[in-house]
Write a new protein. Structure first.
Length: 262
């Protein structure tokens, strides 16, 4: 039932049913052991994928359905950005309901949620990351969570994120990542089952390595990486975080700073 609600939430009736479902699940899992930073709910356990009651230390928030990756991003945004205190035009690629619904309620944020299809109220604009329907330099902050690994031409996608950001704008990017090797991709692998074995999921077209830093720097980003290991163990436990969710902090350099010295 849950997967149906997540896929079919465009109608107001189904959207209301989805909210009711998450409320009931949240109440049933209410407790004091863990906390979801995305919705503030206190709970006795996170839940597994496509599950109502099956417990998972790094699973979904039963109240808002945030994954561990979204909780990690939310905490990072709170600690390392001014997103929650300054007026911001925020772009989220393939917006996740648990994040987008909070952003859309914040008076200081003008939210733009871009996806290929109108999957719910979190999608405000239909578009493709490799060709965003947004004017150059109009975005202050962009969030791109586990999207690039699905895109054949990720160089073009990264360049588009850079294009739509204003000078000094920020892109927060996360992907499945192996720190012990370089990116592995093979366009000849088209079978979903083989992709799942080689790249981690049927819809993935690569498994990123540490050289992603170089890919992100190519269009003109200053890039730093916040390792999952930087998060204290007690924080990871409290918020149900994984130990492999690394974040790339990408700042668009000004045109002047990109020009070579005379």
């Amino acid at each position: 039932m849950k997967s149906f609600l997540l896929r079919h939430s465009r109608s107001p009736q189904l959207a209301d049913l989805k909210r009711f479902f998450f409320l009931m699940r949240g109440l049933l899992m209410f407790g004091h052991r863990y906390k979801c930073p995305c919705c503030g709910w206190r709970l006795r356990a996170f839940v597994g994928e496509r599950s109502i009651f099956r417990k998972s230390e790094t699973g979904y928030c039963p109240r808002c359905n945030a994954k561990a990756r979204h909780r990690r991003i939310w905490l990072y945004l709170q600690e390392h950005t001014k997103l929650f205190s300054e007026r911001t035009r925020l772009l989220e690629i393939a917006p996740w309901w648990s994040l987008a619904r909070r952003f859309q309620k914040m008076n200081n944020i003008e939210f733009v949620g871009v996806d290929l299809k109108p999957t719910g109220p979190q999608v405000t604009t239909i578009g493709d990351l490799v060709s965003l329907p947004i004017k150059t330099g109009k975005i202050d902050t962009a969030i791109c969570i586990h999207v690039l690994e699905h895109i054949d031409d990720d160089h073009k996608a990264i360049a588009e994120l850079h294009r739509v950001l204003r000078s000094g704008g920020l892109a927060i990017i996360s992907v499945p990542l192996r720190l012990d090797r370089v990116t592995h991709e093979d366009p000849a692998i088209q079978d979903p089952d083989e992709r799942a074995v080689v790249f981690g999921e049927p819809g993935h077209v690569r498994y990123y390595g540490i050289d992603l830093l170089d890919r992100l720097r190519q269009p003109g980003f200053d890039v730093s990486m916040d390792l999952a290991d930087n998060v204290p163990a007690e924080t990871r436990h409290r918020y149900g975080l994984r130990d492999d969710e690394n974040i790339f902090h990408c700042v668009k350099r000004s045109q002047k700073s990109r020009e070579p010295a005379a």
